[in-house]
Design a protein around this ligand. Structure first.
Ligand SMILES: Cc1cc2nc3c(=O)[nH]c(=O)nc-3n(C[C@H](O)[C@H](O)[C@H](O)COP(=O)(O)O)c2cc1C
Length: 204
């Protein structure tokens, strides 16, 4: 089957993207608004980019319902700071609950029952329940698509502090079994790390 994305609507294209790009790690992103209210929401259009400086990217889309920008993006536009909190299996239900569309004056931290932990370099708090927090400073926002439903933005951030729960770090590497991250599949489906195997790189 061959599909021209211009011949179908944004929801149909979205379904093909989220089914093709799997599993996706989840960035649970905390920000603050001008009134100092902390916001946190999950984003699975997320990955790392470069190590020097350590850089991450994620994509807050405009709301499908009305084309409005998400609070997370508005807050980052306003003050250029955010924290990417990792989502282990123990936190995934809270991350899902935080994806509810609360009004900007309501903090997901109190609504969902998450603990705001102070950051060191940036103002947005970390999610205390997360074993990995990446304090980030905005590098660039790349606007994508129309200023309407279907469009969005790519947020590029530099990691200015890593916070890692002590038992997670083994000789400078992260012990994946103790971290136990969750991946997002399509729709309401998620996954944890399944069968693992080793593949050596040739010619190194
Ligand atoms: C696991 C998960 C992953 C999500 N990934 C994204 C994403 O990559 N981009 C996006 O725009 N929304 C994503 N969402 C939806 C947002 O979390 C949701 O719209 C949220 O209300 C945005 O909050 P905000 O307005 O406080 O920024 C995801 C939701 C869940 C549950």
């Amino acid at each position: 089957m061959i599909i021209d994305p211009q011949q179908q609507d944004l929801r149909a294209n979205y379904k093909l993207l989220i089914g093709s790009i799997v599993p996706r790690p989840i960035a649970f992103v905390s920000t603050i608004n001008a009134g100092g209210i902390a916001n946190v929401a999950p984003f699975s259009f997320f990955t790392g980019a470069t190590p020097a400086p350590p850089t991450v990217v994620f994509a807050p889309l405009r709301r499908f319902s009305d084309g409005a920008e998400k609070d997370t993006l508005r807050n980052i536009r306003a003050n250029g700071e955010f924290v990417v909190n990792g989502v282990p299996e123990t936190l995934v239900e809270d991350a899902n609950a935080a994806a509810t569309e609360f009004p900007p004056e309501v903090s997901e931290f109190s609504e969902v029952g998450l603990t705001p932990a102070p950051s060191i370099v940036v103002k947005p708090p970390r999610v205390g329940e997360s074993p990995i927090n990446l304090e980030c400073r905005l590098v660039q926002i790349v606007e994508l698509g129309p200023a309407a439903a279907g469009g969005g933005a790519l947020v590029i951030g530099e990691v200015v502090r890593f916070h890692l729960r002590d038992d997670l770090v083994d000789n400078g590497r992260i012990a994946i079994d103790r971290w136990n991250p969750v991946g997002r599949l399509a729709g309401a489906e998620y996954t944890t790390i399944g069968r693992r195997f080793t593949l050596e790189r040739k010619g190194r």
